[in-house]
Design a protein around this ligand. Structure first.
Ligand code: AMP
Ligand code: MG
Length: 291
């Protein structure tokens, strides 16, 4: 199954989330069956991140959006924990601080965009400004509706500057969300994740679906596509997301940069140093033996 083809929101098309089954597991039957593949993808992501960092000519931006409990944190923990922290960072978008709110809505996203050689994961993103902001009427329609175009321009600029952008919407059903809220309630290790807003936001599900459908339809472009990932099964979410990331990174043409030094000359220096070190060490050994 080509996950990029299967789950990409076709640029220019109108997305209907109801047409995508959040319980889809492709041809895989179980977590056990998929685990070796997930591990292979994660290992490949780590190797490619090493090349990206060494090459330092391009960057990768991964945007994660979803309703509560869909698994943004899980994707980050399971798929990115192997990447070298040197060159990888995660930024979580919360309610804007007063300083952020005093700027245009893209300011805080632009400040955290990856530099050359870096991977950045947005846990929520500038898309909140056409999602939560729309659903809660924090600004009028005349303001948020013009943001799709601004987002597309912003992302095109990042792409032209060498950034690969991958945007994932983790798609779960309301039943699955409730099951996960129950797990949180019953598992003391997860209770810290519970927010009073979880249930009031849940009531706004249809409004969020409408906002997501429009946002993803308006901003899935050839240069920065959206993928709707069936996420009722955590393992399938991890499998499909990691496969798409690997495929996209493979296409970046990442290579180790050529050495900037004369290796023959450096080898000569090494051998001289090695001979000197051997002489010094044997001198110390015979001095100790004499004592
Ligand atoms: P969490 O991801 O659970 O830590 O929650 C972060 C909260 O910040 C979510 O409820 C988001 O909807 C909210 N948030 C993020 N960006 C914005 C924004 N631009 N305006 C208002 N709320 C936001
Ligand atoms: Mg939350």
């Amino acid at each position: 199954m080509d996950y990029r083809k299967a789950f990409q929101v076709e640029p220019g098309a109108r997305l209907r989330l109801s047409s995508i089954d959040p319980s889809c597991t492709g041809k895989h039957a179980s977590h056990e069956a998929a685990l070796p593949q997930i591990q292979k993808h994660v290992a490949r992501m780590d190797a490619l991140q090493y090349l990206l960092y060494a090459d330092a000519k391009q960057s990768l931006l991964v945007v994660l959006q979803a309703l509560d409990a869909a698994g943004k944190d899980g994707v980050i923990r399971h798929l990115f924990s192997g990447m070298n922290p040197q060159g990888t960072s995660v930024y979580g978008f919360k309610q804007p601080t007063p300083v952020e709110a005093a700027h245009d809505f893209l300011w805080r996203a632009h400040r955290r965009a990856p530099g050359k050689g870096e991977v950045v994961i947005f846990n929520r993103s500038h898309y909140e400004d056409v999602l939560v902001v729309r659903v809660h009427e924090l600004v009028p329609r005349s303001v948020w509706s013009k943001r799709y175009e601004l987002i597309n321009d912003f992302e095109r600029m990042l792409v032209r500057n060498g950034t690969t952008i991958l945007k994932f919407f983790l798609h779960i059903s309301p039943e699955e969300q409730l099951a996960r809220f129950k797990e949180r309630l019953e598992d003391p290790a997860r209770q810290w994740k519970i927010s009073e807003f979880d249930y009031s936001e849940r009531k706004l599900w249809p409004d969020y679906v409408e906002a997501y459908e429009e946002a993803l339809s308006e901003t899935s472009t050839k240069h920065a596509p959206w993928y709707v990932i069936p996420s009722n099964h955590k393992w399938f979410r991890n499998l499909a997301t990691s496969r798409i990331i690997v495929d996209a990174m493979e296409e970046m043409g990442l290579e180790l940069p050529p050495t900037r030094v004369d290796l023959a000359e450096i080898r000569r220096k090494y051998h001289t140093a090695e001979a000197e070190q051997a002489k010094a060490s044997s001198g110390r050994r015979s001095a100790r033996a004499r004592r």
